[in-house]
Write a protein that binds this ligand. Structure first.
Ligand code: CA2
Length: 139
């Protein structure tokens, strides 16, 4: 059976659409999943969409992607800017990895200019709200 594109989401993204709509918009993570699934379907692909608030769980899922996914889209949320464990897990993958963000971290506070994901990714899509997820699937 064809492998899905894994789309993994990190801490607090479950709050999307519930808080801070001035930064992240009013769409929910469920809406992000819907746009990603529909773009994948148009391309003849399937997705496996998950969110966790726990760094170790995210690392486990990245490791799972090594054998079970054809590609990985990851919005590691705040862990993007802090997690060497996420970086190391991504480095162990040979499938394409796309870093994905709702906002454009490069245009925000300096602490968000550092990414532990970017150097382990094929490319980065950021700043297009939930449409970043559709663009990342396309990539
Ligand atoms: O823009 C993105 O997608 C981010 O990955 C979102 C992270 C942030 O730490 C990154 O710098 C950029 C934050 C995710 C938390 O999302 C919330 C949504 C609503 C309310 C509170 C947090």
């Amino acid at each position: 059976m064809a492998k899905p594109i894994f789309i993994l989401n990190g801490p607090n993204l479950n709050l999307l659409g519930v808080r801070e709509p001035h930064i992240y918009g009013s769409a929910t993570l469920e809406d992000a999943q819907t746009v990603a699934r529909s773009r994948a379907a148009a391309l003849g692909e399937t997705i496996e969409f998950r969110q966790t608030n726990h760094e170790g769980v995210l690392v486990d899922w990245i490791q799972e992607a090594r054998l079970s996914a054809k590609a990985l889209v990851i919005n590691a949320a705040a862990l993007t800017h802090t997690s060497l464990a996420v970086h190391d897990a991504l480095k162990a993958l040979s499938i394409p990895v796309v870093e994905c963000h709702l906002s454009n971290p490069a245009a925000r506070e300096p602490v968000r200019h550092v990414s532990f994901v970017a150097s382990a990714a094929r490319g980065v899509i950021a700043g297009f709200g939930i449409h970043s997820y559709a663009l990342a699937v396309e990539a």
